[in-house]
Ligand binder design. Sequence first.
Ligand SMILES: [Fe+2]
Ligand SMILES: [Fe+2]
Length: 239
Amino acid sequence: MSSDGMLRVAAMGDLHVMEDHSASYRDLFGDISRQADVLVLTGDLTDLGKPREAELLAEDLRACAIPVVAVLGNHDYESGCVEQVSAIVRQAGVHLLDGSSVEIEGVGFVGVKGFAGGFGRRMLGAFGENAIKTFVAEATSEAMRLENAMRAVKSRRAVVVLHYAPIPETVEGEPLEIFPFLGSSRLAETIDRFQVSAVVHGHAHRGRYEGRTPGGAPVYNVAQHIEKPNGRPYALLEV
Ligand SMILES: [Fe+2]
Ligand SMILES: [Fe+2]
C-alpha cells in the first residue's frame, strides 16, 4: 500500500496466452508484484479458451506475489471449455469474478465480463427477430448481474472490472463499424447508479486509455496493447 493509504492497482487486459507459450508473462508479473498491491486482469486471459492455455497462464502467475482479480473475456469462451478454464484460473489463486465481488484491503472489486450492443442512442434495442432479442437480453443480463454485485459491496471504494467497454470514448481508434461489438452503454448506466473509484476494461486492443462515464466515473482501457502513462503494458492506478 502507498504511504497515503491508497491501494496501488495494476490492471491489464488481453493477455491472449497461446499454447506455444510464445509470450511468457512471468517477468512482467514479477515486476508488477513490486509496483502494485493488487493485479487486475480484464479478460481474454487465453487466446482460444483452451485449458492448456489457462495452465500456462497459471504457471506464469506463480511469479505474481500479490492478490489477482480477473474476469473472463470473449476469447476465453471460444473453445467451449469455460468451466475448465475458470477452474484452472481459480486453482492458481485468482479471484475470478463473474457477477460477483471481492474486498481487498478495504477496496471492493466488482467484476462481470459484460457484452456488446453499442452505445448511447445508437444502442441495439430488443426489437424484431428473436435472435436480436436474445442478443440484447445478454447485454441487459450482464448489466443486471453487475448491478446485483455492486449492491453487495460494503466498501466505499469500488473498482469495476469488465472485459467489454462501458463507453465509446475508450474504444476510439478502432474502426467505427465495429464499435457496437466492443461494448455496451448498459454497463455505464449501471455504474452511474453507484459511487465508483475506477472502471477498467479491455477487449478494444486499438482503443484509447482514458474516458469517463456520463456520470463522471473514470474509465480505463487497459488492454496490454494500449499506450499507458507509465509506458508499461499495464496501468497503475491508485484507488
Ligand atoms: Fe482481446
Ligand atoms: Fe475480447
